[in-house]
Design a protein around this ligand. Structure first.
Ligand code: HEC
Length: 185
């Protein structure tokens, strides 16, 4: 039996969940019963400038979600600075440097509903619960991530500034002479 995360990503990818897109209203409706558990958000250009949640985001929790094989599943498709993760995806660009390439608002829309950016994106819409077909019953009517989790992921991605980014674990032993020291940005 294939691992559960693979089943879930197949369910998402096959569901045609992201069929709407550019044509629909830029202000997500929060009123109707299918979307009532989602916060309303406003899309401006290719971004959602305002956070979805007023809780302070936690990049450490965000990192855990991104690396998690049950909820985030990001590493099924993406790679990134996760030295502890042996298997990482190659279907999508590395997440390394995402925080330098994109603003927080652009990252937020990408996570919320990537089909707003790339109409036929493989990437699941993590904060949608409408228009879903063939979703496992336990997932029906629920976004994959809740508003606070989306913000945690955005906060984590914003820290990924590129290959020069220091690794998550502290350097072992004294640095060799001339070795780059850890930079704070
Ligand atoms: C099923 C595959 C898949 C999964 C799972 C997935 N993505 Fe993606 N992602 C993509 C693809 C493919 C792209 C490239 C653009 C496109 O086609 O949408 C992308 C693009 C991105 C980008 C923009 C990359 C860049 O710099 O150009 C970010 C950031 C991103 N994804 C973050 C995430 C995060 C965070 C998760 C987990 C919460 C995730 N993705 C899960 C497939 C995936």
């Amino acid at each position: 039996m294939p691992p559960i995360h693979a089943l879930r990503v197949c369910a998402l990818v096959l569901s045609g969940a992201w069929a709407t897109g550019w044509g629909s209203d830029a202000l997500a409706a929060a009123g109707d019963e299918r979307t009532s558990s989602l916060r309303a958000y406003r899309i401006v250009g290719d971004s959602i400038p305002q956070p979805l949640s007023e809780l302070s985001p936690d990049p450490v929790r965000g990192r855990a979600i991104v690396a998690d094989r049950q909820s985030g599943m990001c590493l099924l498709c993406h790679s990134g600075p996760f030295p502890e993760e042996r298997s990482q995806g190659d279907l999508a660009p590395s997440l390394d440097g995402a925080g330098a390439r994109w603003s927080a608002g652009q990252l937020r829309l990408r996570i919320v509903d990537s089909r707003r950016i790339v109409a036929d994106s493989l990437m699941p819409s993590y904060y949608r619960n409408d228009g879903l077909a063939r979703v496992a019953p336990s997932w029906a009517g629920k976004p994959v991530l809740d508003a606070a989790q989306v913000e945690d992921v955005v906060a984590f991605l914003a820290t990924l500034r590129g290959a020069a980014n220091p690794p998550a674990s502290p350097a072992q032993g004294p640095a060799a002479p001339g070795a780059a020291t850890q930079e704070r940005r």
